[in-house]
Design a protein. Structure first.
Length: 310
């Protein structure tokens, strides 16, 4: 006895899922009241891939194509899966790797911004330092060409190199200019400064005093400051000497490039300072040697300015 085949249309009602069921709620439209095209649209079911056989026959599974409630019998084509080779998928990246990449990008942006700020500030600092240095050297040059030779209480000669008790060329040029000012009657007293270097038998002040004495200056008109090893120490000794001797206005004699720093230090020590450059110094104005010394003096001026805050 052949088994009976059941089609989808003969399945029990609970198994016929997906069919349109009219609502039994009051106030709603029944299936009969709906438009035919809407009902037909909802009752179309697509046949699944392959035959649907609940009880296969001996000769194989026979089935008939599903019909739509609209009436026409046709076989609906099944959608073909897309070609895997044609599907472009976005590259996947682990979450941890993405977070690390984001952190790296953030660090690069932060460090890049910091580097740009640092470069800008460094460039600004270099330009500011260059401008300040140029202005300072200009001030040193201006003071080197300004002669303030006017009457004072004493003429102070800044010491420099001496050779075995004899003044070197630079010190001799300073002493000659101070001697000329003394003979012009601008001050009654000459003050010589400068200590000694290791191995020297004489101090700079002693060599200068000996030279002035040879030129006819009375020993009583010469005062000594022979302990200073640099300009700052020498001016400190001059300040103490001036306080003891009651000297007020002082006329300083040195090379032109040196006088800007000398006046700055004298003011810091409370001295009333004037300056007169030695015109016959071997370090001629306008030469390369003067520029080199002016650059060095600019460093000394900066050091003196910093000393005010220490």
């Amino acid at each position: 006895m052949a088994r009976r085949r059941h089609t989808i249309r003969e399945l029990p009602q609970p198994a016929r899922r997906g069919w349109f069921r009219p609502s039994s709620r009051p106030g709603t439209r029944t299936g009969a009241s709906r438009p035919a095209h809407s009902t037909a649209h909802r009752r179309v079911r697509l046949r699944a891939a392959g035959p649907v056989c609940l009880e296969p026959a001996p000769g194989g599974c026979h089935h008939r194509p599903m019909r739509s409630t609209a009436g026409a019998s046709r076989t609906l084509p099944l959608p073909r899966p897309p070609d895997a080779s044609a599907v472009e998928t976005a590259p996947t990246q682990p979450v941890g790797s993405a977070q690390s990449a984001a952190k790296r990008r953030w660090r690069r942006s932060v460090w890049g911004e910091a580097w740009r700020w640092a470069t800008t500030l460094l460039l600004f600092a270099v330009l500011a330092a260059t401008l300040a240095g140029a202005l300072l050297i200009a001030a040193i040059y201006r003071q080197a060409r300004t002669d303030q030779a006017t009457p004072a209480d004493a003429i102070v000669v800044l010491g420099t190199a001496q050779w075995n008790g004899r003044p070197g060329p630079v010190l001799r040029a300073r002493l000659d200019h101070a001697l000329d000012l003394y003979r012009r009657g601008l001050a009654p007293v000459l003050v010589v400064t400068g200590g000694s270097m290791p191995g020297d038998a004489y101090t700079e002040a002693e060599a200068a005093a000996a030279y002035l004495t040879e030129q006819g200056v009375p020993p009583g008109a010469i005062l000594f400051e022979n302990e200073g090893r640099d300009t700052w120490e020498s001016l400190g000794g001059v300040a103490r000497l001036a306080a003891d001797a009651g000297l007020g206005r002082l006329l300083f004699v040195s090379d032109g490039f040196h006088l800007f720093r000398v006046k700055l230090m004298a003011r810091d020590l409370g001295l009333a300072a004037l300056a007169s450059p030695a015109p016959a110094s071997p370090i001629r104005p306008g030469g390369g040697a003067e520029f080199a010394y002016a650059v060095r003096e600019a460093g000394g001026v900066v050091e003196q300015l910093l000393r005010r805050f220490v």
